[in-house]
Design a protein around this ligand. Structure first.
Ligand SMILES: Cc1c2[nH]c(c1CCC(=O)O)Cc1[nH]c(c(CCC(=O)O)c1C)Cc1[nH]c(c(CCC(=O)O)c1C)Cc1[nH]c(c(C)c1CCC(=O)O)C2
Length: 355
């Protein structure tokens, strides 16, 4: 099958496809027993940096559910780690980093390290693309339908973890720094903008057919800060990718951005906007240019609950988007307690079209 035959890639390029292609954020993860089995073999960073393991983990949900998209198994915090920031994933706590609070801290980071440090990630993408499009593996079993997605965190969300040094609900140290030392914060965002664009171009060269920018905490910012730290750097990254690798779609996920999501979609140049659970997809359609595709947005907790309520809501989202370029997905990641059978039911419900 040629590239243009992949349903997800067609939608990412602006075409309406029925029924819509689907994949799920965090589709490779703790809810899968086969993921938990590999989890004991190595710590999280080692799993991301070992092509054998990262390739296998990426493919687990593709084997089970024949998803239309395979998203690279990695993390948004691999970029600061590759620049030299200390990073550890602590069981039960999440990521812990040596916080960046001064120009001296920022100067210690070295963007020149990124290509070497992320070489195993690129190797993983190249292997995945070979398998997904290859003749005698799961690629063939699924008719080569699966699109390979690369990703990065968007600068603001990555800066949240870099400055705070750990996860948070409010990221007060980060948002405080943006006001108290705007030049330092701008320099951090600028450094992330450049390194993120370079890393995504490298992911495309290694085999990614589209890339996604996760801006999970963009919704914490008021409009003026949202324009400065979310829209402007995202636009710069999208322009750089489009200039250097024309035609490769970028998916943007400005989580919790509310009404600012419309301005984001218009101003950044993303081909696809991923909407969170709280967004009204229909209302958003009216605010978007016709050539911007939508992705989303079933509540991950409805997937956890399963049953008729889930399949009905999934079909309602799907049917409301009929005729528009739409990628079916969740509004945020699969939660770890989700029964894998519910994912199977969801995939069947979205793919079954009535007479
Ligand atoms: C904010 C953020 C991070 N990472 C990511 C985001 C943006 C999306 C979102 O808002 O969820 C993105 C991400 N993280 C991971 C992927 C892989 C691809 C996928 O399956 O979606 C992607 C795309 C793997 C992961 N990243 C992480 C795990 C769990 C690691 C484990 O326990 O094995 C996985 C599968 C760890 C991680 N990584 C991060 C946190 C806060 C944590 C700890 C919380 C948690 O455990 O869920 C940072």
């Amino acid at each position: 099958m040629t590239d243009t035959g992949k349903p997800l890639l067609r939608v990412l390029q602006g075409e309406a496809v029925w029924p819509p292609p689907l994949w799920l954020m965090r589709q490779a993860g703790r809810y899968l027993p086969e993921f938990r089995a590999l989890r004991d073999q190595a710590d999280f960073i080692t799993r991301c940096m070992t092509p054998d393991l990262a390739t296998e983990i990426t493919l687990q949900p593709i084997r089970r559910y024949a998803m239309d998209g395979a998203i690279l198994f990695s993390d948004i915090l691999i970029l600061p780690w590759a620049m030299g920031q200390s990073l550890e994933f602590v069981h039960g706590t999440g990521p812990v980093l040596g916080p960046i609070r001064s120009q001296t801290d920022l100067d210690r980071l070295d963007p020149k390290r990124v290509p070497d440090a992320t070489a195993p990630v690129m190797e993983t993408l190249t292997r995945l693309r070979g398998i997904l499009d290859g003749p005698d593996t799961i690629g063939a079993a699924q008719g080569g339908r699966t699109t390979l997605l690369g990703f990065a965190g968007a600068p603001f969300t990555v800066a949240c973890y870099m400055v705070e040094g750990h996860g948070s609900r409010e990221f007060e140290a980060t948002r405080g720094m943006a006001y108290a030392d705007p030049l330092l914060f701008d320099r951090l965002i600028a450094r992330l903008t450049e390194t993120t664009a370079d890393m995504l171009v490298a992911q495309i060269d290694a085999g990614a057919e589209a890339v996604m920018l996760f801006d999970s905490w963009s919704g914490l910012l008021p409009p003026s800060q949202f324009r400065r730290h979310v829209i402007a750097p995202t636009r710069a990254i999208v322009q750089e990718i489009h200039a250097r690798r024309p035609g490769v779609p970028v998916i943007g996920f400005p989580r919790l951005a509310g009404v600012m999501a419309a301005e984001y979609a218009r101003e950044t140049g993303v081909r696809v906007i991923a909407l969170d659970t709280g967004a009204d997809m229909n209302a958003m359609c009216g605010l978007l240019p016709d050539n911007v595709a939508l992705q989303g947005n079933l509540d991950p907790l409805l997937l956890l609950a399963g049953g008729d309520a889930m399949t009905q809501e999934a079909r309602a989202i799907r049917d409301a988007m009929k005729g528009r370029p739409h990628v079916f997905n969740l509004g945020h990641g699969v939660v770890p307690a989700t029964p894998p059978e519910h994912v199977g039911e969801l995939v069947r419900a979205v793919r079954e079209v009535g007479p």
